[in-house]
Design a protein around this ligand. Structure first.
Ligand code: SF4
Ligand code: SF4
Length: 416
C-alpha cells in the first residue's frame, strides 16, 4: 500500500511505524473472513482492511470524525486478522497508533469520557477489590451493563491450603492481576497449589499491578507505560538476586490477556534507554501458564484423580492469536488426561469480552458471547474452561453452565 504521510506524522516514531505496517498490506481482504465485527455488521469499515484505510487516511492528513472513532472503537483487538493475514501485517500495532491519534483529535461525549475514566482508573486500582464487594452488595441497584459484570465468586471452602508455604529450589513469579483476585479469588491459589505439587514455588511481587493492558485499550499510552515500568521495577529483584531465595526461572501469566501484553514489554519500551534491556528480559522470561505446565504434565498426570467428564474449552484470542499459541491449551489438557471438547464451528472467533469491550460495546459483545455459548453448550459438557479472567466472566454472564479457569479443574483433580 502506497503512503504519503502528513507532515504532522512524517519522520515521527508513530509515523515511521505506521508507514512500515501500512506498506505491508496488499488489500487482499483475506482478513475480512475471520473478523468478528465484519461478520456481525457486514460493513467494510468494521473490518481490518477498512480500519487500516481509516488509519491511513488520518495519518495522511484527513480529519477524523466521531464515525472514524466508532469504527476503531468497535474493533475487539482479537487479532484474528493477524493470524489470517498472509502478509504479516501488524494490525494491532497500527490500531494502537490510530486510536491514540484519533483520541487526541476527536472529543467524546461527556458520558463516554466519564465511563472510560472510571474503567481506566478503577479497574487497575488497588481499591478495585473493596469496591467490588460494595458493588456486589448493591448489585440490584446498578445499571444493567455493570450488573452483568459483577459476578464475584467467593473462594470455594474446599479445605485446601490457601497458599502453599513450602520452599522449592524451582521458583516462578506470578502476576496476580488487577481484577482477577477480586472476581475469581480461587485462580491464583489453585495455580500455586498445582505448581507446588510438582516442586515449583510460586511468588507474587506485592508492588506489581495491572499489566498495562487496560490503560492501553483506552488509548492512555503514558498511563500504560507507567504501569509497565512499575511492574518491571517490582519484578527485577526476583529475576536477578532473588527475593527470599534464588532467582525465579520464569514469569507466569494465568490470564492470557495480561500475558500477551507482558510478552510485548520489550517491544513497547524499545526506545526507553533506562528500561529497554530490562523489558526485553522480562518478556523473554514470560510464559503463559499452559506453556509452563506443558513441561510438567508427565509429573502431574500421575497425581491427578479421575476426571471422566469431557470439558468444553474456549481458547481466548489473546492466547491463540495474540500469543500465537493455537492448540496449546487443548494439548496440555489432553496431556493431563482430560477429555477435551471444542466448538465444532467458529472455535477461532472472539467471545466478545476483549478487556473493557464488553462494557463499552455491550450490544456487540453480547451478540458474540451468545454466538460463542451456542457453540460451546452444544457440546453438552458439564463445565466450560478458559484461560483468561475476562472471557470467564463474560461467558459466565450468559450461561448457567459453570465457566472456570482450566487450572482450577487441575487443582480439583489433584485434591480429589
Ligand atoms: S482485531 Fe479482531 S475485531 Fe479487530 S479488525 Fe482484527 S479480526 Fe476484526
Ligand atoms: S489480509 Fe493482510 S494484507 Fe490482506 S487486506 Fe487484510 S491486512 Fe491487508
Amino acid at each position: 500500500m502506497q503512503t504519503a504521510l502528513h507532515p504532522e506524522f512524517a519522520g515521527t516514531a508513530d509515523g515511521l511505524r505506521a508507514e512500515a505496517i501500512l506498506r505491508k498490506c496488499v488489500h487482499c481482504g483475506f482478513c475480512l473472513a475471520t473478523c468478528p465485527t465484519y461478520q456481525l455488521l457486514g460493513n467494510e469499515l468494521d473490518s481490518p482492511r477498512g480500519r487500516i484505510y481509516l488509519v491511513k487516511q488520518v495519518m495522511e492528513g484527513a480529519q477524523p470524525t466521531r464515525a472514524t472513532q466508532l469504527h476503531l472503537d468497535r474493533c475487539l483487538t482479537c487479532r484474528n486478522c493477524e493470524t489470517t493475514c498472509p502478509s504479516g501485517v501488524d494490525y494491532a500495532d497500527l490500531l494502537d497508533i490510530g486510536r491514540r491519534v484519533v483520541e487526541a483529535k476527536v472529543s467524546r461525549p461527556q458520558q463516554q469520557r466519564l465511563l472510560r475514566w472510571l474503567l481506566r482508573e478503577g479497574l487497575p486500582s488497588r481499591a478495585f477489590g473493596p469496591l467490588l464487594r460494595i458493588g456486589a452488595a448493591l448489585r440490584p441497584l446498578l445499571p444493567p451493563v455493570l450488573r452483568r459484570k459483577i459476578l464475584a465468586r467467593p473462594a470455594p471452602a474446599n479445605g485446601r491450603t490457601p497458599w502453599p508455604q513450602a520452599k522449592h529450589p524451582r521458583r516462578v513469579l506470578l502476576l496476580a492481576g488487577c481484577v482477577q483476585p477480586g472476581l475469581e479469588p480461587n485462580i491464583n491459589p489453585a495455580t500455586a497449589r498445582v505448581l507446588d505439587a510438582v516442586g515449583v514455588q510460586t511468588q507474587v511481587a506485592p508492588a506489581a499491578g495491572c499489566c498495562g493492558a487496560i490503560r492501553a485499550h483506552l488509548a492512555d499510552q503514558s498511563g500504560s507505560l507507567a504501569d509497565i515500568r512499575r511492574n518491571i521495577d517490582a519484578w527485577w529483584p526476583y529475576l536477578t538476586s532473588g527475593v527470599d531465595g534464588p532467582p525465579v526461572e520464569a514469569i507466569i501469566m494465568n490470564a492470557s490477556g495480561c500475558g500477551v501484553t507482558v510478552k510485548e514489554y520489550g517491544h513497547l519500551l524499545a526506545a526507553d534507554p533506562h528500561y529497554a534491556a530490562k523489558a526485553r528480559r522480562v518478556s523473554a522470561l514470560t510464559l503463559d501458564l499452559s506453556e509452563f505446565v506443558a513441561a510438567l504434565a508427565p509429573a502431574l498426570r500421575g497425581r491427578l484423580g479421575t476426571h471422566a467428564a469431557a470439558i468444553a474449552v474456549h481458547v481466548p484470542c489473546t492466547l491463540a492469536h495474540g500469543q500465537r499459541l493455537p492448540g496449546r491449551l487443548e494439548a496440555v489438557l489432553r496431556d493431563l488426561g482430560f477429555t477435551v471438547a471444542v466448538a465444532p464451528q467458529e472455535h477461532h472467533l472472539c467471545c466478545g469480552s476483549a478487556g473493557t469491550y464488553s462494557v463499552l460495546q455491550a450490544t456487540l459483545a453480547t451478540q458474540l458471547r451468545d454466538r460463542k455459548l451456542a457453540q460451546l453448550t452444544r457440546l453438552q459438557a458439564p463445565s466450560i474452561v478458559s484461560a483468561n479472567i475476562g472471557c470467564i466472566q463474560h461467558l459466565q454472564s450468559g450461561t448457567a453452565v459453570p465457566v472456570r479457569h482450566w487450572i482450577e479443574l487441575v487443582d480439583d483433580a489433584l485434591f480429589q
